[in-house]
Design a protein around this ligand. Structure first.
Ligand code: NAD
Length: 354
């Protein structure tokens, strides 16, 4: 398969971790007979420095023509005091919006070898944490009208039936590829949009009789993630709830340096990136953990290109490297063997086995 990727190396540790992701993809290409080509595009702080805007039109055009986008991270203190419309994060919104990406997928998985890094007690985490949060990304309160009216400041929360149905479907399809369980999270005891959400999700559930479906109120879900995370397979929820719950879930797995994510739309073109930021405190020091980026590449192979074996090959190599005690600084434990960013990438490449 020939796969053309648009790549945002970005700021801070971005270039270091993306290099390791490409290294792993290249080896997978060699092993399974695929060719990856990479076109670097400017976005974020680096784009502001060179062009004055966070997402030049040319970058979006190249991204649109690509098969998928791989992104490191954008932002940093250098650009913190710029006005809102030219902040580096605007590039992420521009790419998601411009590419029609409405679903944000964030798996949270606790590796056996990193069980000690989990802040939950072993009797709670012991049953395993392996869940995915499917978050609606382009609607809800983050995209509603906002302003001031009659002496009050407001943010509008609105959802259409279509917006709910398309994200709900992503959740059910995801569950079909996993343990066939969907928990739909809302606040239907209070919010009108949540009542619509619930009714659309119930209709969808009828199309997926194999999937075990349940509703959960968002406050209860926040509690259940730290009380009994093993109960969850796929959590589907709206934009703001998903933003908050996915950060909570990610912390149960120890380090944000481990967690991949994707943003998907209605075509196979997705954007794949680690959940963490540009970590300016460790940038340029060969200290960053590249695993979140490498696992994002695995997600890309599975979700955009249907390359299941190749994705599994990467995930198995990561698990094996961790089992054998190799660690970057953020996940270092007693007896661990400390590696830098480049060495961790090399080690994972070495462990890739068909
Ligand atoms: P951050 O995720 O960059 O860093 C938080 C902490 O985690 C830091 O101590 C950092 O060293 C550590 N860390 C993060 N990734 C790591 C990795 N791969 N390996 C080892 N340690 C890692 O969050 P922040 O400090 O709040 O934000 C820094 C910048 O990143 C800000 O400008 C922010 O706006 C931006 N940001 C970008 C994205 C993105 O590009 N998607 C996401 C979040 C934050």
């Amino acid at each position: 398969m020939q796969i053309n990727l648009a790549v945002v190396k970005g700021d801070g540790i971005g270039p270091e971790i993306v290099t390791e992701g490409e290294k792993v993809l290249n080896k997978i290409g060699e092993m399974y007979g695929h060719t990856f080509t990479y076109t670097d595009i400017l976005a974020g702080g680096a784009a502001i420095d060179k062009t004055g805007v966070p997402l030049p039109d040319e970058s979006l055009e190249i991204a649109k023509k690509s098969d998928s986008v791989l992104l490191g991270a954008v932002g940093g203190p250098k650009w913190d005091n710029l006005p809102g419309n030219i902040r580096p994060e605007k590039a992420l919104l521009g790419l998601r919006g411009g590419l029609g990406l409405f679903a944000n997928i964030r798996p949270a998985k606790l590796y056996d070898a990193l069980a000690d890094a989990c802040p939950l007690k072993p009797e709670i985490a012991g049953d395993g944490i392996d869940l995915v949060i499917v978050r609606e990304l382009t609607g809800g309160i983050y995209f509603g009208d906002r302003g001031e009216r009659n002496g009050k400041t407001f943010d509008e929360l609105a959802y259409s039936r279509e917006e709910i149905e398309r994200i709900g479907r992503v959740g059910f399809e995801m569950a079909m590829k996993r343990r066939k369980k969907v928990t739909s999270v809302d606040k239907a005891n209070i919010l009108e949009t949540s009542r619509l959400w619930r009714s659309v999700m119930h209709e969808l559930a009828k199309e997926y009789p194999e999937v075990e479906y349940s509703d959960m109120l968002v406050d209860n879900c926040a509690m259940q993630i730290v009380r009994n995370p093993a109960q969850f397979d796929v959590i589907v929820t709206e934009n703001m709830f998903g933003d908050i719950l996915s950060d909570e879930a990610s912390m149960t797995t120890g380090s944000i340096g481990m967690l991949p994510s994707s943003s998907l739309g209605s075509t196979s073109l997705g954007m794949y990136e680690p959940i963490h930021g540009s970590a300016p405190d460790i940038a340029g020091q060969n200290k960053a953990n590249p695993i979140a980026t490498i696992l994002s590449c695995a997600m890309m192979l599975r979700d955009s290109f249907g390359l299941m074996k190749e994705a599994e090959c990467i995930e198995n190599a990561v698990a094996k490297v961790l089992d054998d005690g190799y660690r970057t600084g953020d996940i270092m434990d007693e007896g661990g063997k400390l590696l830098g960013t480049t060495q961790m990438g090399d080690k994972i490449v070495e462990y890739l086995k068909k």
